[in-house]
Design a protein around this ligand. Structure first.
Ligand code: CA
Length: 413
């Protein structure tokens, strides 16, 4: 799946009904070059194996979708703390509906588990997060995919190649007969159906599970859930293993161990004083996990097993993966997190995060590019800075940390 586009979509979906349409007029998409650009797309599609009549029919006479390009431009400033993502999707209603879906689709889910080795609670959690079990597919923002992707391919100068690839994939889906142009609807970014596959992901992973000859992720729940299971299996999902669990850390814990990259056996974590917040550590000496503190020492801690990385293949945002993982537990009947989040913290803006990254680099702690996104490399740089300053090295980027980094004397960018 295309993680960048998926992350954009998530940000849009979590706006709780807010329209992604902004008031600014679209820029390049409305230019008189659109028709010429679309002509080039027809040629490109043909070069990549799409029958010319399919491209002609799908692309002729289309107009730029005025909502689409502004939607891409609204994303960078969107900042939301991790717990807001989790709590926006893991609501009592979302849990109750998911449990009803588990009962409704029990027989199909049993066959999908047998075929792909992916647990039903994870699959239904993806379904709930991606489309609210299909309810979001009726929303006003759902639009024909081909014009949306053509608008992006011709109007988003940041990533035209990505959108061209997705558009050609969408045309191949039409050519294969899995959907027609009217039924092939999706988000402004081209994410389609109950579990929001991008067209390239559809071509690689979608399956016909109900046996009617079409891979219909838009209307056939068995096809959508089995396609998601197939994606996860092909991405390395380990049958019989979970995603991980919340843990409690002992007093005086050495936070340098929470480096997100060092896998240790559960027995070793137990020896280091970690305890499951609920339930138990998994059996089996070969089971290993990394320790992650999404909001540092002030919030919940998690031991993450390899399957968590597979969830991140669907969408690279940590908040997204944690949301799917937690919803799967709640669908199973598990309680909420034991430790609360640092809700009083002010989130850093994109500008502040970029400033933080620039300053950390200048102080000799490389962040792998100052892009305003806090990922594993930035958290590692923060831990290194904290350790050098005698602070608790928990890797959390909050306003207090930024003040300390600014006070450390790195030059302004
Ligand atoms: Ca089917």
């Amino acid at each position: 799946m295309r993680p960048s586009a998926r992350a954009l979509l998530l940000a849009i979906l979590t706006l709780a009904g807010a329209s992604p349409v902004r008031s600014e007029a679209p820029t390049a998409a409305a230019s008189p070059d659109f028709a010429g650009c679309v002509g080039g797309l027809k040629t490109l599609a043909e070069e990549r194996g799409v029958p010319r009549p399919v491209a002609e029919t799908a692309l002729s006479g289309i107009a730029p979708d005025p909502a689409v390009v502004p939607a891409t431009q609204s994303q960078a400033e969107f900042v939301k703390p991790v717990w807001e993502y989790v709590e926006a999707s893991v609501t009592p209603e979302r849990i109750a509906t998911g449990q009803a879906k588990l009962a409704e689709w029990s027989e199909v889910l049993g066959r999908i588990e047998a075929a792909y080795g992916v647990d039903r609670h994870i699959l239904v959690a993806f379904w709930g997060v991606e489309s609210n079990y299909g309810a979001a597919l009726e929303g006003a923002g759902i639009r024909p995919v081909v014009p949306a992707l053509a608008t992006l391919a011709c109007g988003d100068p940041a990533r035209p190649g990505l959108w061209r690839d997705e558009l050609v994939a969408a045309l191949k889906i039409l050519a294969d007969g899995d959907a027609d142009a009217e039924r092939m609807r999706g988000s402004w970014a081209g994410a389609m159906g109950h579990t929001q596959f991008m067209p390239t992901a559809f071509l690689r992973h979608a399956v016909d599970f109900d046996g009617d000859g079409k891979r219909d992720i838009w209307h056939a729940v068995p096809d959508a859930l089995a396609s998601t299971a197939n994606f996860l299996k092909q991405s390395g999902w380990r049958a019989g293993e979970g995603w991980g669990l919340e843990v409690l850390l002992p007093d005086g814990f050495d936070y340098r161990l929470a480096d997100e990259t060092t896998e240790r056996p559960f027995a070793e974590w137990r020896t280091l004083g970690l305890k499951p917040a609920g339930g138990a550590f998994p059996d089996g000496a070969e089971r290993r996990a990394v320790l992650l503190l999404p909001t540092g020492a002030k919030g919940p801690a998690f031991l993450l097993e390899p399957n968590f990385r597979v969830i991140l293949r669907y969408n690279t945002a940590l908040a997204y993966a944690l949301t799917v993982a937690h919803l799967s537990d709640r669908l199973r009947g598990a309680p909420g997190f034991t430790r609360d989040w640092p809700r009083g913290d002010r989130m850093l803006s994109t500008e502040e995060r970029t400033d933080l990254q620039t300053r950390l680099s200048a102080l000799g702690h490389p962040v792998g590019g100052a892009d305003g996104k806090i990922g594993p490399k930035t958290r590692a740089a923060i831990r290194a800075f904290q350790a050098a300053k005698g602070l608790v090295p928990d890797g959390y980027a909050d306003a207090a940390l930024l003040e300390k980094v600014r006070a450390a004397g790195a030059p302004a960018p």
